[in-house]
Design a protein around this ligand. Structure first.
Ligand code: X90
Length: 280
């Protein structure tokens, strides 16, 4: 009986520390295309190079979700499988995982697969992956893990801070109107993953300093009480430090995990972007 945790590359986690007994972890990559180059978002991707090539190009770049075959491949050899994907509202990743799950179960009727549409990306996906590992390590049954992760998802949220939204707008994931405001006059978009799994704007903040205090204000407003936080950031140590200090000044025991954004999240969140998952 082997467990497998699978996440697409909206997760920053390339591996899991202290993996539960009899469990393995695999990340299924999305791809990013800039002109005729295809960047596969796996552990070999040079994200800095991808970003350079993307900013040097005058043509709009795009992304593609994993294929059904890629998911099917990832399920092989396991019979208790949990899959976490980027929001199915903005990507075909969840659907590909579901089609693959139906195919896998036809071949392996004994296999159990639980699919989780994160309705989110980045740090919130990471929280779900880490929690799955924690639950499996407790020795729960498949059904118990599934019930517990569903309840956990109700208590996690994603806050994002974006200084550039060009790739989101060019790929039809954010309205053009918002796009023209962000990036101008040093304006940053502070928003959250909506319940439907789309980008929901909360506030526009002018300048770095204001973006930190605005993000924290929204954190508290959403009900943050000192739970675990995963900060995915694209080259924004300054924000991470100041934001972490704010959290710790009020909640000294809060656990904060800091990770560089994945290739896919770097592409969409762009330079300086942050995808902060947190427990409420
Ligand atoms: O299938 C594909 O090609 C992937 C498309 C993904 C599009 C959205 C990516 C968003 C990445 C941006 C800020 C936070 C988003 C919140 C999600 C609801 C990160």
């Amino acid at each position: 009986m082997s467990w497998k945790i699978i996440a697409d590359s909206s997760s920053e986690l390339k591996s899991i520390e202290n993996l539960a007994p009899d469990a393995s972890y695999q990340r299924v990559p999305l791809t990013i295309q800039v002109e005729d180059r295809i960047f596969v978002d796996d552990e070999n991707l040079d994200i800095d190079e991808m970003m350079e090539v993307m900013y040097a190009s005058s043509k709009p770049a795009s992304s593609a979700c994993p294929s059904t075959e890629a998911y099917l491949q990832s399920y092989q050899g396991a019979d208790k499988i949990f899959v976490v994907t980027i929001t199915g509202t903005l990507s075909g990743s969840f659907n590909a995982a579901r089609v693959a799950a139906d195919m896998y179960k036809e071949e392996h009727p004994e296999a159990q697969i639980h699919l989780i549409d994160s309705k989110s990306a980045g740090g919130e996906v990471d929280l779900l992956v880490l929690e799955l590992n924690r639950l499996i390590a407790q020795g729960l049954s498949f059904e118990e893990v599934a019930t517990a992760i569903t309840a956990y998802q109700e208590k996690t949220k994603l806050l994002f801070v974006l200084a550039k939204v060009d790739n989101l707008v060019k790929n039809g994931r954010l309205s053009k109107v918002l796009g023209t405001v962000i990036g101008l006059l040093n304006i940053r978009l502070v928003g959250q993953a909506s319940d439907e799994g789309t980008l929901e704007m909360l506030q526009k903040a002018r300048g770095h300093k204001k973006s930190v205090s605005t993000a924290y204000e929204e954190f508290l407003k959403a009900g943050y009480k000192g739970g675990k936080v995963v900060i995915g950031h694209r080259n924004n140590e300054k924000f991470v430090e100041q934001f972490s200090d704010l959290i710790h000044s009020q909640f000294p025991a809060a656990e904060i995990v800091v990770l560089p954004t994945s290739g896919l999240c770097s592409f969409y969140a762009e330079e300086g972007g942050l995808l902060i998952g947190y427990e409420i």
